[in-house]
Design a protein around this ligand. Structure first.
Ligand code: PLP
Length: 435
């Protein structure tokens, strides 16, 4: 198949020149900060095409991609079955701003398969999903305080860009300029894996807490796999105090199992937020949960939420085509290839002549992986992340790029494996990693 090139006009075909122009018209040259390659001592690469497990840059180089658009592309880039549905949908028009059957089909498909999801509302991003879930939790409970954890990312809404302050437990401060103190004071920040800290907070402030939000598989500050007891304790304490438990499964939803971490651990949150895979690579997010909570949303209830492009028909069919391929066999195969890939990386590091690489360790959970300097025991909280992480990553990123392997351009980002990372891609990877 010949792939039509974009009408680039007179744009240069060199990443460095494109970046120079981009910086002039966009802050930092990018539309999301992590794309800027900050700390990596080189300009970002401009990609013009992607298919299967590969990204192709404007200069004609190809890379095996382990960033996968930061997670949505569980079937790989430009999956033909998703592409076909998108082509069909294009002929039907790409936005109606009115009721349509495509979101209904996707909603019913999800509700049939995730027992605690009784209703779902589609939005346009993970951030929007979290924003809606927080407002819904406050509207439902009549309380204002939200508990979150250091090391979890929930998008860029004001109430979530809050980090732990120094000294006093849970007293928080904004992690970005532009966030009013009045917003920051209602977000309480705790450490992951600290059951005693959560118990103490609930014993003092339990009745003021509207919701606890957590990534049940924290995968935005590295891969901080939590103990099941910790998440169970969050469920118990929230239930006892009348607070809601929100699982942010924007990454883990449909990735570690169809029903995400809540299915794997059999823990039922009150609300869940989805994004990424649920839209098959198109811009979508969703908030979902029990009917009595969801029906607080307008137009039934008085918690307001809306969106011009929400449940966009292209995104709905891309999501549906993606979710329909996800079954137990799919996940078993994906996990197997992920383990093989992680082993290939680990063996490459262990046999490397440079000490910097010899001491790297690959952490793998299902189809997610994270590379860190070797450390004792599992890393469950940000305080346990080795301090040399970023400096070791810059060299690794560069060496991998030269080999045609693309990792997400930041030490704290995880890697994603897709079903397009099949046997032939794995054997190519093996060749690339053979000294
Ligand atoms: C767990 C989690 N929640 C929320 C978000 C925000 O999603 P979006 O970038 O679509 O706004 C992300 C994005 O990476 C995420 O990983």
């Amino acid at each position: 198949m010949t792939i039509p090139t974009l009408p680039f006009g007179k744009l240069p075909k060199k990443s460095s020149e494109l970046m120079e122009r981009a910086r002039n018209v966009t802050p930092g040259g990018v539309h999301s900060p992590v794309r800027s390659f900050k700390g990596l001592h080189r300009a970002p690469i401009f990609f013009e095409r992607a298919s299967g497990a590969y990204l192709h840059d404007v200069e004609g180089n190809s890379y095996i991609d382990f960033c996968m658009s930061f997670g949505p592309l569980i079937l790989g880039h430009a999956d033909p079955s998703v592409g076909k549905e998108l082509e069909n949908a294009l002929h039907r028009g790409w936005s109606y701003g009115a009721a349509e059957p495509y979101s209904l089909q996707l909603a019913e498909y999800i509700i049939e398969r995730i027992p605690f999801v009784e209703q779902i509302r589609f939005v346009n991003s993970g951030t929007e999903a979290v924003m809606t879930a927080i407002r819904l939790a406050r509207g439902f409970s009549g309380r204002e305080k939200i508990v979150k954890f250091n090391g979890c990312y929930h998008g860029h809404m004001d109430a979530m860009l809050i980090k732990a302050g120094s000294g006093v437990t849970a007293l928080a401060e904004a992690s970005s300029k532009g966030i009013p103190q009045g917003v920051a004071k209602d977000t309480l920040v705790l450490e992951l894996d600290d059951i005693a800290g959560v118990q103490e907070l609930f014993s003092k402030h339990g009745k003021e807490i509207a919701a606890v939000i957590v990534e049940p598989l924290p995968a935005n500050n590295g891969l901080l796999v939590q103990r099941e007891e910790f998440l169970q304790e969050l469920r118990t304490l929230t239930k006892q105090s009348g607070a809601l438990l929100i699982f942010d499964e924007v990454i883990s939803g449909f990735r570690v199992a169809f029903g995400g971490m809540s299915e794997l651990l059999s823990i039922t949150p009150d609300l869940v937020t989805y994004g990424k895979i649920i839209g098959g690579g198109m811009p979508v997010g969703a908030v979902a949960g029990r009917r009595e909570i969801m029906e607080q949303l307008a137009p039934v209830g008085s918690v307001y939420q809306a969106g011009t492009l929400s449940a966009n028909p292209l995104a709905m069919v891309a999501g549906m085509a993606t979710l329909q391929t996800l079954n137990n066999n799919f996940y078993a195969t994906l996990e197997k290839s992920s383990q093989t890939i992680a082993q290939l990386f680990q063996s490459y590091f262990s046999h490397h002549k440079s000490d910097a690489f010899k001491h790297l360790q690959v952490h793998c959970f299902q189809s997610l992986f994270w590379i860190t300097p070797r450390c004792e025991g599992p890393i469950r909280a940000i305080s346990k992340i080795p301090s040399t992480l970023s400096s070791s990553f810059a060299e690794l990123f560069k060496v991998f790029l030269e080999k045609g392997i693309y990792l997400a351009p930041n030490a704290y980002e995880v890697g994603f494996v897709s079903s397009a990372h099949d046997e032939s891609v794995i054997s190519e990877l093996q060749q690339k990693l053979t000294p």
